[in-house]
Design a protein around this ligand. Structure first.
Ligand SMILES: CC(C)(COP(=O)(O)OP(=O)(O)OC[C@H]1O[C@@H](n2cnc3c(N)ncnc32)[C@H](O)[C@@H]1OP(=O)(O)O)[C@@H](O)C(=O)NCCC(=O)NCCS
Length: 172
């Protein structure tokens, strides 16, 4: 389903978006606090997107490419993963291209996804996870009304070590 905001269009992720995703998925600074490290092989991005499209087809996740309405510029993507229809909950995430940080795009895109979670998805509770020390993401989530919860010790294995995560929750 396409989501529209004042400045943004969110469209379901498609394999044709791969070159745009490669631009930021290969950027170590953008990926510094993501569960997977920067990818330097465009074929690996193709494979990651194919897997995400399969998740959408199975109904367990939704991924949206985010573009500027004004000129179609590709800005990033939003995800709703681990969709649990029985418990009415899911996990949310967002990436924005580094050149466009600090302009309110993540706030605007996630606000549209949060509205979509209420209706038509009927979700009641969302979680988001940050890697401890990611002040930018923590600020974003709290601005949107997420409440900080506990810490998940060693939750993510990355770059040869275990990283702690912080859990945030949102009552839809
Ligand atoms: C986190 C991320 C999505 C934010 O995107 P963005 O479009 O820059 O976000 P916004 O402009 O909507 O809001 C950013 C807020 O963080 C604030 N901020 C910026 N740098 C900050 C920092 N180092 N520490 C704390 N807050 C910071 C901004 O001032 C802004 O808040 P404000 O509107 O109250 O001024 C983007 O940096 C990103 O893609 N990071 C990499 C992927 C990632 O880690 N995602 C988080 C997973 S949930």
């Amino acid at each position: 389903m396409i989501l529209e905001t004042e400045r943004l269009n969110l469209t379901p992720l498609a394999i044709a978006d791969s070159p745009f995703l490669y631009r930021f998925m290969s950027d170590a600074e953008v990926m510094a606090h993501w569960d997977r490290p920067a990818i330097d092989d465009p074929d690996a991005v193709d494979a990651a997107i194919a897997a995400e499209i399969a998740e959408m087809e199975a109904g367990s996740a939704l991924y949206w490419s985010t573009r500027l309405r004004a000129d179609g510029a590709f800005l990033g993507y939003c995800e709703l993963v681990e969709i649990d229809r029985r418990r009415h909950q899911a996990e949310i995430g967002v990436i924005i291209d580094r050149d466009a940080w600090g302009l309110g795009y993540a706030t605007e895109a996630l606000a549209a996804v949060l509205a979509h979670c209420a209706s038509p998805l009927g979700l009641k509770r969302l979680t988001a996870r940050t890697h401890v020390g990611d002040g930018r993401a923590e600020h974003l989530l709290q601005k949107l009304g997420f409440k900080p919860g506990g810490y998940l010790n060693g939750h993510v294995g990355r770059d040869g070590e275990r990283r702690d995560c912080r859990l945030f929750t949102f009552a839809v």
